[in-house]
Design a protein around this ligand. Sequence first.
Ligand code: FES
Length: 117
Amino acid sequence: MMSDPVGTWLDIGVTTQIAPGTARTLPVQGGAEIAVFHTIRGEFYALVNSCPHKQGPLSQGIIHGDTVTCPLHNWRISLKRGEALGDDEGCTPTIPLKVDAGRIYLQRDAVLNSRAA
Ligand code: FES
């Protein structure tokens, strides 16, 4: 809603809903599904849930450090930048995310404009 006092950030809930080393997906009306990752080291990242290779669901991949391995053909994707690593080329859109007082926020415009890679 336009009058939302949080402004440009969408509150998607508490950090504890995503165990370290796992991801959750978030459907976005009119946009792409978004995957929110929680690394073992305690960082959070949000990406469009679509591998730049053939749209594999990155949320179902294995997380190592700040990369996720796509479950379909094992490309490794940077959670920070959305880029494919190694010899592979392609990029998944990332969604700016912040954690504040134990809650996760996604940048509203990036969520609303999200599209599959
Ligand atoms: S779809 Fe992700 S590696 Fe092929």
